[in-house]
Design a protein around this ligand. Structure first.
Ligand SMILES: [Zn+2]
Ligand SMILES: [Zn+2]
Length: 262
């Protein structure tokens, strides 16, 4: 499984480093060129030809930083597409896209365009806990603990499996499932705020580095490669320092443009 990190932050920002400026972007992970896991960043990082290879978009929840690339992806693909792109998400997310995004006010309804009989986007409602095959991967959505209905995912192919936490506060079910997956090769776990902002993390239902460690330990796989993501750009450096201090030797921090191979 080859995961291309299009965006891995909790917002968009141009990082103010001493070297070349780095663009930090909202969450979007392209698996084997064809399955997009969250759609916060799409067109800003992919050529038109690459966007045309996307067959499935898998959404964790409706928050803007996870869907905002989807409208313009549809726009880019609407002329001359061969097959509709399947947008797979739980019912509240699909309904939310219809009500609040593709409602012909915020954006045209590409679930009915360019042709009602042959739209560029096609919705597929996922049932939490129930595995589904999308092309060459099997995905299992698992409810997690966020401020709106949200799922994390276990994504499997023949060789490997990835656990993706989604935006979450302390949770259980996804770790229980993760413990039963022998082919699990990596976990992407959110860490949005530094420890001193624990109150905000609790209110907005996100993790801090201390909670990141507690959650990761629930997997019972202390040596599993674990990647922090969804850092709020303003706190990335501080979050990195705090996670490094926790002593998880193999912990890493996702970066835009990175390719993770499992
Ligand atoms: Zn988010
Ligand atoms: Zn969120």
């Amino acid at each position: 499984m080859r995961i291309h990190v299009l965006g891995c932050h909790g917002a968009d920002c141009l990082a103010d480093t001493t070297e070349r400026p780095v663009r930090q972007e909202s969450c979007g992970f392209l698996i084997d060129d064809s399955v997009l896991l969250d759609a916060g960043t799409v067109g800003a990082r992919l050529t038109l030809a690459q966007q045309r290879r996307i067959r499935f978009v898998l959404l964790s929840h409706l928050h803007f930083d996870h869907i905002k690339g989807l409208p313009t992806l549809a726009d880019n693909l609407a002329e001359g597409f061969e097959e509709p792109v399947i947008v797979a998400a739980t019912e509240p997310v699909i309904q939310g896209l219809m009500d609040h995004v593709f409602n012909n006010k915020v954006y045209p309804n590409f679930f009915k365009l360019p042709d009602r009989e042959r739209p560029v986007l096609q919705a597929h409602v996922l049932e939490p806990g129930k595995p589904l095959t999308l092309g060459h991967v099997e995905v299992t959505p698992v409810p997690v603990n966020h401020s709106v209905p949200t799922v994390g995912y276990v994504v499997k192919d023949r060789q490997a499996a990835l656990l993706y936490s989604g935006d979450t506060y302390q949770t259980e079910a996804i770790w229980s499932l993760g413990r039963t997956i022998p082919g699990l090769k990596a976990a992407f776990v959110e860490s949005s705020f530094p420890d001193e902002m624990g109150e905000l993390a609790k209110k907005s239902k996100h993790l801090t580095p201390a909670l990141f460690l507690k959650e990761f330990q629930k997997l019972g796989r202390p040596d599993l490669p674990v990647y922090a993501y969804h850092m709020k750009p303003a706190f990335r450096t501080q979050i990195e320092q705090e996670i490094r201090r926790l002593g998880i030797q193999q912990a890493a921090f996702l970066q835009e443009g990175q390719i993770v191979t499992l």
